[in-house]
Design a protein around this ligand. Structure first.
Ligand code: NDP
Length: 299
């Protein structure tokens, strides 16, 4: 068997088209485009390149964006004060506010992320948004988790009653994804069309016999950050394998899944690059539009 490729770039381009149309409607109504303000601390090359691709995607769909650069030597109170100033629109209208992670080790990341007002929190990291998601009434869903769910829905991969194994339990990816996939469908939607009603197992670095668990997965998501962690023997034949990991190996970007060998056994597989990454950016655009609409009083 050769797995079908889950093309994140093509799906992201379709999502961008939809967002673009709604952005145009918003701009016609409000006389200005939705606007995203990004805080970038320090000069980590990877963070700089992620921010660049977010700004480029925003421009493609007509969302204004601004990147505020802060030196690595800044302190937690400076960053909290900056986020508060952005929230008061002192740097122009800020419908969406995003603090690019990771922050330097000396910064209290929780304090900075908590300073982002929950109704502008387009990354979906604020405890209020995490709480809403856990109660099954999401507002801003963390972009990568939303992107993975969208990828499954778009490919017609059934989730209802299926066993999804999520490897990784971070607040950013693993945990929100597990909540999304195990949620009840919204009223009026079928579970498969909404990408939910799955039975979910979350694995992490202390899980015993990881392979025995992953082999049970109809849907296997790797969100770890270890190149080649998921090998052929760890995958059930025909499973959908979604690779969230981003690792740099000898200058090349690779995921957590040993792509060539797992492609022989999986039913579907997402590549790195060109899989979940572009969807993360597309969902950020969608969240920024939602933030702008919420400010307008969208119910
Ligand atoms: P974290 O480091 O926060 O979490 C990694 C998780 O993997 C932890 O729960 C950890 O367990 C678990 N883990 C580590 N080693 C193992 C192991 N050997 N077996 C099983 N589980 C293990 O990372 P993130 O969630 O932020 O990111 C995960 C990956 O996804 C990274 O490569 C990151 O770059 C990538 N990423 C990609 C995005 C995209 O758009 N494509 C967006 C965001 C992230 P424990 O909790 O016990 O430590």
């Amino acid at each position: 068997m050769t797995a079908r490729l889950l093309d994140g770039r093509a799906l992201a381009a379709r999502i961008e088209q939809d967002v673009r149309a709604e952005v145009d409607t918003f701009a016609a109504m409000c006389g200005r485009a939705p606007r995203l303000v990004v805080v970038l601390v320090g000069d980590l090359a990877a963070s700089g390149s992620y921010v660049k691709s977010k700004a480029a995607a925003a421009a493609r769909v007509g969302i204004d964006s601004e990147v505020l650069r802060v030196p690595e030597t800044c302190q937690t109170p400076d960053l909290v004060a900056l986020v508060a100033a952005i929230a008061r629109d002192e740097h122009g209208p800020a419908d969406g506010i995003l603090v690019q992670l990771p922050l330097p080790a000396h910064i209290d990341q929780v304090a900075v992320l908590d300073a982002v007002p929950p109704d502008r929190d387009v990354d979906g990291f604020h405890p209020q948004n995490a709480g809403l998601l856990s109660q099954g009434r999401p507002r801003f869903i963390p972009c990568t988790a939303a992107g993975v769910q969208r990828m499954l829905i778009d490919a017609g991969i059934p989730t209802a009653g299926r066993h999804a194994v999520v490897v990784g339990r971070s607040d950013i990816v693993g945990k929100p994804l597990a909540l999304l996939l195990s949620a009840r469908p919204p009223s009026g939607a079928t579970a498969d069309a909404a990408g939910c009603d799955a039975t979910v197992t979350i694995c992490h670095s202390r899980s015993a016999d990881l392979a025995a668990i992953t082999r049970q997965a109809d849907i296997l998501v790797a969100a770890v950050g270890r190149a080649g962690l998921i090998t052929e023997e760890m995958v059930k034949p025909g499973a959908a394998v979604i690779d969230v990991g981003i690792n740099r190996v000898q200058g090349r970007l690779v995921g957590d899944v040993a792509f060539a060998e797992v492609s022989r056994v999986a039913g579907w597989i997402s590549p790195v690059p060109g899989g979940v990454g572009p969807l993360t950016v597309a969902m950020l655009l969608s969240n920024t539009l939602l933030a702008a609409e919420l400010r307008l009083g969208r119910p």
